[in-house]
Design a protein around this ligand. Structure first.
Ligand code: SF4
Length: 277
């Protein structure tokens, strides 16, 4: 039989704090509050720039690993060459496409990806975006993910912005904000983050997801930068919750995590809080 544990040991064990525990602790998330604050601050973002669903699809592929301003130059070249329709692009060779999209960077790889997408569009839907839109969300997502060079973020951008399907797009900005607000673990997967949005927001509409993702991009570019978090002026500052209460010990690791993210205000707050408990 297992010997009974020493009661004094149990209480000591209960008091001991696992450094990652507070970080990982699941909290009740009100994502609508995030959206409302961002929307009030930045206004509606009117995404995604693009005249047609097909142009949005191309933009979603071309924007991989590059700034949007470079994508715009590539789109202008495609427009000038009258190649911004499924049939016109289908007729071009991979090399011709690469020349036109050169400003977007990684142009050979992206030309191969555009070619793979256009082949898929013709093989599955006869080159028609309307027929593609009629397909069911889950099966369409699976098909898109099987196309060379289309990962979850690109597939979901196409589904949401080009086809109006209700699915949330997760990107580096979303991840950064959620990690800094301790709503997810830094190691959370794409699917886990997406599930958080889908489960927290009841009956989401594509128009809502559309602007919510754009708002994360806006706050990520303006305040929640990769090297530094400008929390002082950020509309999400009131939601930057920190552990409180005497029972919640604040460990050095949490302070260091904030310092490493460049979030000096949050680190200082934790430091002050720790000195009080
Ligand atoms: S800048 Fe600060 S308050 Fe704003 S989203 Fe980032 S961590 Fe949150």
């Amino acid at each position: 039989m297992k010997p009974a544990a020493n009661p004094s040991r149990i209480s000591r064990r209960r008091r001991r704090v696992n450094p990652g525990r507070l970080w990982r602790r699941r909290r009740r998330v009100n994502l609508r509050d995030y959206y409302q604050r961002l929307r009030a601050h930045f206004g509606h973002q009117h995404w995604w720039p693009g005249d047609t669903p097909f142009e949005i699809c191309l933009g979603a592929i071309l924007t991989q690993n590059t700034a949007w301003s470079n994508v715009e130059k590539a789109i202008v070249n495609l427009k000038r060459a009258r190649a911004l329709s499924p049939r016109a692009l289908h007729r071009l060779s991979e090399r011709q496409i690469a020349t036109l999209i050169r400003p977007s960077g990684y142009f050979n790889i992206k030309a191969r990806r555009l070619k793979a997408f256009i082949e898929f569009l013709f093989a599955e839907y006869g080159g028609s975006m309307t027929r593609m839109r009629r397909d069911q969300l889950t099966s369409l997502r699976e098909k898109l993910l099987s196309v060379n060079g289309i990962g979850p973020e690109t597939a979901d951008s196409i589904l949401l912005y080009a086809l109006g399907k209700p699915i949330f797009v997760v990107d580096a900005y979303t991840r950064r904000v959620l990690v800094r607000h301790r709503l997810i673990k830094p190691s959370a997967t794409y699917d886990e983050i997406q599930a958080l949005f889908h489960s927290s927001l009841h009956l989401p509409r594509s128009t809502f997801f559309n602007d919510f993702h754009a708002q994360f991009v806006a706050v990520g570019k303006t305040y929640c930068k990769s090297r530094v978090a400008l929390c002082g002026r950020c509309p999400l500052k009131p939601l930057l919750s920190l552990p409180s209460g005497k029972k919640k010990r604040i460990c050095n690791k949490q302070i260091i995590d904030f310092l490493m993210m460049g979030d000096y205000i949050a680190a200082a707050k934790l430091q002050t809080l720790r000195s009080r408990v």
